[in-house]
Ligand binder design. Sequence first.
Ligand SMILES: Cc1cc2nc3c(=O)[nH]c(=O)nc-3n(C[C@H](O)[C@H](O)[C@H](O)COP(=O)(O)OP(=O)(O)OC[C@H]3O[C@@H](n4cnc5c(N)ncnc54)[C@H](O)[C@@H]3O)c2cc1C
Length: 504
Amino acid sequence: MLQYSKSNKYKSKRNAIVIGGGIGGIAAAIRVNALGYKTTLIERLSALGGRAQVFKKNGYIHDAGPTVLTAPFLFDELFTLLGTTREEHVDFRALDPWYSYYFHTGETFDYRAEVPDTLEEIRKFNFDDTKNYLRLLAASEKIFDVGFTELSSKPFNNLSTMILQTPNILRLGGYRTVSQFVNSYLKHPLLRKAFSIHPLLVGGNPFSTTSIYSLIHFLERKWGVHFCMGGTGNLIRSLYELMCQNQIDVVLETDIARLEVSDKIVKYAISSTGTKYEADLFISNIDPPTLFDEVLPYKRSPFNKILPDSLTTYSMGLFVLFFGTKKRYENIAHHTIWMGKRFKSLLTDIFKNKTLSDDFSLYLHRPTATDTSFAPKGNDSFYVLCPVPNLLASINWKVEGPKLSQRIIEALDKTIMPDLSKHYVDDFFMTPEDFRSDYRSTHGAGFSIAPSLTQSAWFRYHNHDSSYKNLFLVGAGTHPGAGMPGVLCSAKVIEELIINKNIH
Ligand SMILES: Cc1cc2nc3c(=O)[nH]c(=O)nc-3n(C[C@H](O)[C@H](O)[C@H](O)COP(=O)(O)OP(=O)(O)OC[C@H]3O[C@@H](n4cnc5c(N)ncnc54)[C@H](O)[C@@H]3O)c2cc1C
């Protein structure tokens, strides 16, 4: 059990600088502040949240990034560290269904909050798969017990940790892909697709992501799928206010251009306008490839992330289309997965061939299904997320963006949202180029480096690089990985490292 500043044990007179105000950076700032550091968080954008920005246009409100909230206790812990409870500030609503699937065949499948309801839905496709799903869930729980409970908040900096855990990873079949894991249980081709999508939520191709990520099935079952009323942006806003009340300084619109290092100690963070920030401890929430390539004076040590840069693979890019509708589409659930005909070959086009196909699969967010404040009365607010190649592809987004946006509207109009072409308004979109320019994400990747086996655990960017004694790393590119639960856990990892290294 860690102890915080009130106990004096970890009371520190030192100061810490967190660079980047994504969810990982926010969690890190709250945790080191609670350890007693005088903490300053520096963010280049005009608001905190990183990918969890909020866009507003003519009365339509859009969370720009994360919307599916799992493992809520990880947020609850932050509110506790800020001296309050999460319930006093924000309302997390449990959703049901979690996701509604629409398949190219016109069939639908609701992934429900209760197992018996999910089995009822599975039965519509294949009776045998009801038993198979229960077996899949039991296998996912075994992976979860090790992958999440034991390892997600533990540092993976040392080879010895990796060696110690390798038998576990092998026993749980971590060398298999998520797709192989799912296919070894389920028989129906559409259910196989539906239950394989989880890696896409953290930037991986289900056909190459280690099956360790199959733990997400059980993680969702254990704590449910929630929505923060007022949106993820409201959650960030609440944390921001509490951070200010807890004397955490937040400096916005300040880009840290470089870190000045002497004798393996980071001395200053220097902004693009030349302001120098001095601290005893630095925590980076910058995308790690960007940190090592552009901000630090010398590249990562080979012991930080083992795979050489030339073999590093990145998560896919994201095309995100935002719009409102002048009517309500009551039949559309809060979270919809709209699946095109192609799956494996489409993902090969995105991840490997790096070509923009005419077809796609989509995730559709309709927050107004749960919270009508996201749109003017009687209207809906939507965002559509379409996985696309990252910027390692040569795609002219100025030309392709409007065309893709039109194809998406037409596909939805023809299927689950009749007459959408007539009713949509105030549309705009983000492409991988915006991810690169706004968040400084290398190659405009949606989720930093991909979650393959050779880029996970010890093989992922370490949370501490021994070349820089007082520099710690949090966020999607570091262990344990992308997604809100992952980046919140990365902040727990560095907290433990800071305490163990006795830096305070
Ligand atoms: C469209 C989309 C939907 C998603 N949906 C979900 C979901 O439903 N559920 C879920 O759990 N996860 C989801 N994710 C993933 C999740 O949002 C991310 O993995 C997570 O938020 C990343 O957090 P992070 O701490 O790595 O920081 P980031 O969000 O990457 O933020 C890093 C911050 O650092 C700042 N920064 C970078 N360089 C500098 C610098 N030099 N100086 C100052 N500041 C700098 C950037 O501006 C940015 O604000 C989604 C992601 C996207 C893009």
